[in-house]
Design a protein around this ligand. Structure first.
Ligand SMILES: [Zn+2]
Length: 154
């Protein structure tokens, strides 16, 4: 699947390595004193702008926010609501990213709000070691804004 996706046209305008590099940089700013699990994310808007985020934990736990949602909140709050791709890097503390970190269920649903099913999710250990998925693979049969007939165009 990975090699198939890399060869198709819709990936041509997605700067995969730049997104991963941005996510790795963002991961350095992670605030994760409780779990020690540091995550960085970089989201690409349809206009090819990149917004980054890190996970931000909280002593009361529930207010913790994931890196993906931090990045998306930054993009949307700057006026960019159509998203094209996201790169995610996460691992225990330290410079080495030793595993692929997939978006949690909450983040998958938040991505869905601003993305079509062809949205690209990149999970990476490094700029040369990564996997690529479509959102529809990670969140099949999803519920999104178009399911609400009375969706308001705000
Ligand atoms: Zn999450």
């Amino acid at each position: 699947m990975e090699s198939e996706l890399k060869s198709v046209d819709f990936l041509q305008d997605i700067p995969v390595k730049e997104l991963i590099c941005s996510a790795l940089e963002a991961r350095k700013k992670a605030y994760a004193p409780y779990s020690g699990y540091m995550v960085g994310a970089a989201v690409l808007t349809n206009e090819l702008r990149i917004y980054t985020g890190c996970n931000i934990e909280n002593a009361s736990y529930t207010p913790t926010i994931c890196a993906e949602r931090t990045a998306i909140a930054k993009a949307v709050s700057e006026g960019w609501r159509k998203l094209k791709a996201i790169a995610v890097v996460g691992s225990e503390q330290g410079d080495m990213v030793s595993q692929y970190a997939f978006p949690c269920g909450v983040c998958r649903q938040v991505i869905r709000e601003f993305a079509g099913e062809q949205f690209i999710v990149i999970v990476a250990k490094s700029e040369s070691d990564y996997k690529i998925y479509r959102l529809c693979e990670l969140l099949p049969e999803s519920f999104g804004p178009e399911n609400l007939k009375s969706e308001r165009k705000l």
